[in-house]
Design a protein. Structure first.
Length: 218
């Protein structure tokens, strides 16, 4: 074994096959051991909110280069990156989980673009004059949509399982639940203004009867 590395042999003889074509980097165990105490203190400071992540990042770099502590964290991170890549390659359930997370993230971005369509997804105000208001309003609009969808999806699932929507075999299996998403927006009209009235009271509106004809058919 090479000193300070987790690799053996040369790329021609290590038996890694196609892995040899990747931009591989070795993990330096001595670098991690040398700074382990400081790394533990950094982790403790982050977990107890004694220091901001931004300040730590500044502390780990100097003149655009990693300090000894920053380099130790970089090598430590490569261990978990390697484990992650190996899981992606060999564990199908893990790949499915990653795919589901990516789908959720992309759905959120799609909803944000749709809410923000009025300016074609661009911030058009000057930074000093309301850029934060635009970004904040975008987050508020997305949260309102997600909350509204969550309430009605939950109500629909409960009524479906109770047989109150007139659909036979209305059991919502765990597989179906896993595919439900509050990030849908096909039913939302994005034209006009969005008033927020916290004084509105009462419960949810009555769910539409799926057996009834649509307004267009009527």
């Amino acid at each position: 074994m090479l000193e300070g590395g987790l690799t053996t042999g040369t790329r021609a003889t290590n038996g890694w096959g196609d892995f040899n074509s990747l931009g591989l980097r070795r993990v330096s165990i001595p670098a991690i051991v040398q700074h382990w105490d400081d790394m533990a203190r950094v982790a403790g400071s982050l977990s107890t909110n004694q220091v901001r992540a931004y300040d730590l990042i500044k502390m780990m770099t100097a003149d655009g280069r990693l300090t000894g502590l920053g380099n130790a964290f970089a090598h430590y991170g490569r261990i978990f990156k390697t484990l992650h890549l190996l899981q992606v390659l060999h564990v199908e359930d893990y790949r499915r989980m990653i795919g589901a997370q990516l789908n959720v993230g992309e759905s959120r971005h799609t909803l944000a673009r749709r809410v923000f369509f009025g300016n074609l997804g661009r911030l058009v105000r000057g930074y000093e004059r309301g850029m934060e208001d635009q970004v904040g309003a975008l987050g508020l609009g997305i949260n309102a949509i997600v909350w509204w969808n969550s309430l009605y999806i939950d109500a629909a699932v409960k009524r479906l399982e109770a047989g109150r929507l007139g659909i036979k075999g209305g059991e919502v299996t765990p597989e179906i639940r896993a595919r439900l998403s509050p990030l849908l927006f096909e039913h939302i009209n994005f034209q006009g203004f969005y008033p927020f009235n916290p004084e509105l009271g009462g419960g949810l509106r009555e769910l539409r009867d799926p057996n009834a004809g649509s307004d267009e058919e009527e």
